[in-house]
Design a protein around this ligand. Structure first.
Ligand code: ATP
Ligand code: MG
Length: 421
């Protein structure tokens, strides 16, 4: 059997890379907590309709990218390609609209899309996302965008700009759609086959196509922001004022339409030129109709998702890394009884929160010391027959070679004195 290889397009995240992942995740938790967001952990599997109905048939995700299969009970299930649909399903199913508004939730975890694997594009990738329900005021949009930028700043990715756009609502979108259809009708011959289909199903998506011919054809296309109803225009203008108040830098991008059908009004993306073609590190927007579409009460909502792999790649390019955890102590022991004692001492130190290793074999003192050095231990605790008899521990501080004898409880004190130096 074997050796086996991972499935195409999925990756193992190993130490030391994983330290950066953990660092990002822990900062994200802190930032989200500060803004009043709580975690939700929806399942990775959903009924396929959860995604087809919400994301939209004419989108890349539903059209080409879903991991869909029939289970042994003949149900069509899908590995989630994104988080919003699952969170909305959970919100409605659990009656969360009856809780105080707004409900502010975040999630972290793997997503699955059958895409052509390349740099910044995997088939299993990871997102950190948030969804906030129940408030239609642009204050919530501003807060969510500011929170995203603050998160990126705290992980070490300052200086990014956010592109924003407004896609209109169910009142103004239909008219804009007509204008778009008219604009593209004479150009149908030069559009890609996907866009010819989009022209019927969702012409907004043509604005998002990455095929060079379509990019050329859409020059001068009408902008959604020129066709907003009064309410949407005011929402969008207020959002810009609030972002200025919060010192969030942004640019207007009338071409940004987002790849999912459920978005309404505010849409935003954080891009980095360092990422090349796959340049969005995070993206989101309002989806004011989705809760209702899922059978819940009319509930406005907004969210974003951040791509972990792309964020990690950007940080690595900027040489941002996270330190491996420091080894506080390495317990060296010589002789049968001392080895047993060593394990007990290590256990005691671990229970006090000190990262501690012991030697598992019976190698020489010299080899054990060398290993302690290699692992970067702050202290070596040495137990031999003498120490056992005296009920003491010898120690060596690796930073300056200082050494001496201490009791077990004194050793704990010693280890904590310069823990963060
Ligand atoms: P793209 O236009 O790059 O395909 P998208 O619009 O499909 O992105 P979203 O659905 O908005 O992406 O997902 C939000 C974020 O998740 C993206 O900005 C990106 O950072 C990340 N992401 C999306 N698809 C992948 C993937 N296949 N591999 C890695 N990260 C991804
Ligand atoms: Mg995509």
């Amino acid at each position: 059997m074997g050796p086996f290889r991972a499935v195409k397009g999925v990756q193992d995240v190993l130490p030391p890379d994983v330290f950066l992942w953990q660092h990002i995740e822990s900062i994200a938790c802190d930032v989200f907590r500060a803004y009043g967001f709580d975690e939700i952990r929806p399942p990775i599997l959903e009924h396929t309709e959860v995604f087809t109905r919400s994301i939209g048939q004419a989108t890349d995700i539903v059209d080409k990218e879903m991991y869909t299969f029939t289970d042994k009970g003949n149900r069509s299930l899908t590995l989630r390609p994104e988080g919003t649909a699952s969170v909305v399903r959970a919100f409605v199913q659990n009656g969360m609209h009856t809780l105080p508004s707004p409900q502010k939730l975040y999630y972290m975890g793997p997503m699955f899309r059958y895409e052509r694997p390349q740099k910044g594009r995997q088939r299993q990738f990871h997102q950190i996302g948030v969804e906030a329900f129940g408030i239609s005021d642009p204050k919530l949009d501003a807060e969510v965008i500011a929170m995203l930028m603050e998160l990126l700043r705290q992980v070490g990715l300052g200086g990014l700009s956010c592109e924003i756009n407004s896609l209109g609502c169910s009142k103004c979108r239909p008219a804009f759609r007509e204008v778009l259809v008219k604009f593209f009708t004479p150009k149908l011959g030069s559009l890609c086959t996907d866009c010819v289909r989009r022209h019927n199903e969702n012409p907004l998506r043509i604005l998002d196509c990455k095929v060079p011919g379509c990019i050329k054809e859409r020059k001068g296309a009408p902008a959604a922001t020129d066709h907003l109803c009064g309410e949407c225009r005011e929402h969008f203008e207020t959002l810009q004022i609030l972002l200025n108040d919060l010192r969030v830098s942004f640019t207007l991008n009338p071409e940004m339409v987002r790849g999912l059908d459920y978005y309404t009004s505010t849409a935003f993306e954080v891009t980095s030129t360092d990422l090349g073609a796959q340049n969005a590190v995070a993206a989101g927007g309002r989806y004011d109709n989705l809760v209702k579409d899922f059978g819940g009460p009319d509930t406005p909502a907004i969210g974003f998702a951040l791509g972990m792999e792309r964020l990690v790649a950007l940080l690595s390019d900027k040489a941002v890394s996270a330190e491996a955890p420091v080894l506080d102590a390495y317990v060296v022991s010589i002789g049968k009884e001392p080895v047993r004692k060593g394990l007990v001492i290590a256990e005691r130190l671990r229970m006090k929160g000190f990262r501690t290793e012991v030697s598992y074999g019976s190698s020489s003192l010299k080899n054990q010391m060398r290993r302690a050095d290699k692992l970067g231990a702050r202290y070596v605790i040495i137990i031999g027959e003498d120490e056992l008899r005296e009920g003491m521990l010898s120690y060596k501080r690796m930073s300056d070679g200082a050494s001496g004898k201490v009791s077990a409880s004194e050793a704990e004190g010693l280890l904590s004195t310069d823990k963060n130096n």
